[in-house]
Design a protein around this ligand. Sequence first.
Ligand code: TXA
Ligand code: MG
Length: 328
Amino acid sequence: MSTGAPRVLPADSGIAEAASVLRTGGLVAFPTETVYGLGANALDARAAARIFEAKARPSFDPLITHLADTAELEKLVGPLPPAVAALAERFWPGPLTLIVDRPAAVPPIVTSGLDTMAVRVPDHEHARALIAAAGVPVAAPSANRFGQLSPTRAEHVVRGLGAAVDVVLDGGPTRCGIESTIVDARGERPVVLRLGALPVEALEEAAGPVTVRPGSSGQPVAPGTLAAHYAPRTLLRLVSGAEPAAAGGGRRGFLAFRDRPAGTWAAVEVLSPAGDLTEAAARLFEALHELDGTGVDEIVVEPVPEVGVGRAINDRLRRAAATWRPAT
Ligand code: TXA
Ligand code: MG
């Protein structure tokens, strides 16, 4: 854990300074519509290496490269395969990451040696302004230490990464709250490598049937799909339906979808009293950060309906719970 604090600048007025930090090999955390990213110049191997160091991220976990628009991507990689271009046209800017061939200009460290590269154009005014001002593609994983909760606020980044990052652009809470959906559309039928903020239903409406690849905990094609990931520090246990509080002992927190649970809990967070999955996704990591900070011994969490972005929420909850071990 690094000591000290990064410079925190407003997302609008701080762009020129942050862009110059990127151009000179520094690390800039910036808001996107999904979560905060930890950005570095994707053409600079040394800068990209600093991302892995700051996150304590294993070198086998490739980064997502962010562009200001599709034209910039085509300048970098040439014309896109038709099915990839169609999804880009339909969903960019937006929470969709696509797989393309890695161009020679992007050093292999960015893609962990893969000959493919994950790319997206974020739907966030200040993110795109930053990338455009930097004038380079920006490699950016979520701005958290590896395996920890993704940051949806500048404070989460400051707390998690400290002075390991040079500048944090503060654009307030992120809109989607959950990472982008990763799709490999280069083959016959698009394959969803990671569930995310763009619902599978929306993809299928645009592209026809897709295959959702079940999460792999082996040599990861998309290590955001490691079984144990997105974990708070507190033990987290996924239950079906609100269970009554245990009699005696233990301070426990509850993460609910729409209704407050019965029984006595040391802390409760409700994701969306209206039962809205988009709102629930936007609040997910924030609520987990909150519960994690209350000092409870365990966080009990109920799954949300398995439709739309609810699938991505449940996916994150299952991964966060994968590290839970009952007390013996
Ligand atoms: O919403 C998002 O996608 C956020 C914001 C900052 O854009 N970024 C993000 O990055 O979630 P990260 O590093 O936490 O997750 C990137 C995922 C990893 O699981 C990585 O393995 C996968 O993208 N990935 C990167 N390159 C890939 C490739 N060539 N093929 C398959 N998966 C890839
Ligand atoms: Mg991540």
